[in-house]
Design a protein around this ligand. Structure first.
Ligand code: UT7
Length: 319
């Protein structure tokens, strides 16, 4: 049976760091409030000239290097993003051109902060079916572009960045199971309710959020989907070495690990330094812990997404 395995990880953070104190100079907030309510200390913000495909390109180059592969070896490109370079063509097509290759399918996945886990599930199915052998799955975001920088309830939470993995066909898993869900009836609690029509933006181009409702929903479904994925994989939660939930708020992460009865030491946290980078947050965190030598070959990792839609999902993998 063909299975898919992560054979390389990579990530990229734009160099410019914006601290909480810097935000507090412009809006009515404080480093103390942001840290206490979210755990966030800083976030990286892209230069005006940098797009999601630029960030994705850097992350992919690093993932390909780690895998010992070239872009020409890739036969499927999936980019998870809610901040695409353009309405179309897709960021994945632009990334493909920047990688200097052509021919293989390339498309975007729009599942907001669950996008990377959705992409992983899709690529795993392509590989298991035998039609494709090596996929780049990328989460890339410039959320700084869709924030109202005067809205203290949202702008302090997010950052920019990209993370990528190379998935390759093999005989051993790899990805044991991916479980995906959505509930469109919750669309209104986290959205950017605008579109381009007749040469102008209709609706709002800025992120809007009912923070408390998102918080409660996230903790509930992250717990449920971790259990569901462990059952689907036939692996007990006690065998999971690392939990990488979508990096939204350290209080959400800690509540999740506690509800699951897992040790705090097994929780991967990067939100303190990255902020919430939406679809990029999970692969960014994965790459950071792989490169730090904490996540090692053979470790079992539960990756989880949750975000606008509402969407949520998890993937349990052996590295
Ligand atoms: O990818 C998923 C995306 N989003 C998330 O995961 C976010 C989920 N939600 C959260 O993380 C939290 O709900 C927030 C961090 C957004 C808010 O934390 P909270 O503990 O739920 O605070 P709150 O919304 O209940 O607001 C408490 C107070 C309010 O003031 P009043 O009404 O009590 O006077 C807010 O106006 O804190 C105020 N507040 C702030 N104060 C200082 C809201 N934002 C700020 C701020 N600085 N940045």
């Amino acid at each position: 049976m063909i299975r898919s395995r992560i054979v390389g990880t990579g990530s990229y953070l734009p160099p410019r760091i914006v601290t909480n104190d810097e935000l507090a100079k412009r809006i009515d907030t404080s480093d103390a409030w942001i840290q206490e309510r979210t755990g966030i200390k800083q976030r990286h913000i892209a230069e005006e000239s940098q797009t999601s495909s630029d960030l994705a390109l850097e992350a992919c180059r690093r993932a390909l290097d780690a895998a010992g592969l070239k872009a020409a070896d890739i036969d499927l490109i999936i980019v998870a993003t809610s901040t695409p370079d353009f309405v179309f063509p897709s960021t994945a097509c632009l990334l493909q051109a920047k990688l200097g290759v052509k021919g293989c399918p390339a498309f975007d996945v729009q599942a907001v902060c669950s996008g990377f886990v959705y992409g992983l599930g899709i690529a795993d199915n392509f590989i298991r079916s035998g039609t494709h052998k090596r996929a780049l799955v990328v989460g890339a975001e410039v959320f700084s572009r869709i924030l109202d920088w005067n809205d203290r309830g949202t702008c302090v939470l997010f950052g920019d960045g990209a993370g990528a993995v190379v998935l390759a066909a093999g005989e051993q898993p790899g990805i044991h199971a991916t479980v995906l869900h959505a509930d469109g009836s919750q669309a209104g609690i986290l959205s950017v309710p605008g579109n381009v029509c007749g040469g102008r933006i209709v609706g709002s181009p800025f992120l809007q959020m009912q923070g408390n409702q998102v918080f409660k929903f996230a903790v509930k479904v992250l717990d449920e989907v971790a259990r569901e994925t462990a059952v689907a994989a036939g692996i007990g939660l006690d065998q999971v070495d690392w939990l990488i939930p979508h990096q939204a708020n350290v209080r959400i992460l800690e509540a999740t690990v506690k509800k699951l009865g897992m040790a705090r030491e097994r929780l991967v946290v990067t939100v303190d330094r990255h902020g919430n980078t939406s679809a990029a947050s999970v692969p960014l965190a994965l790459d950071e812990f792989v490169r730090a030598g904490k996540i090692k070959p053979g470790h079992k990792v539960m990756m989880q997404g949750v975000g606008g839609g509402f969407t949520w999902g998890a993937s349990l993998v052996t590295m």
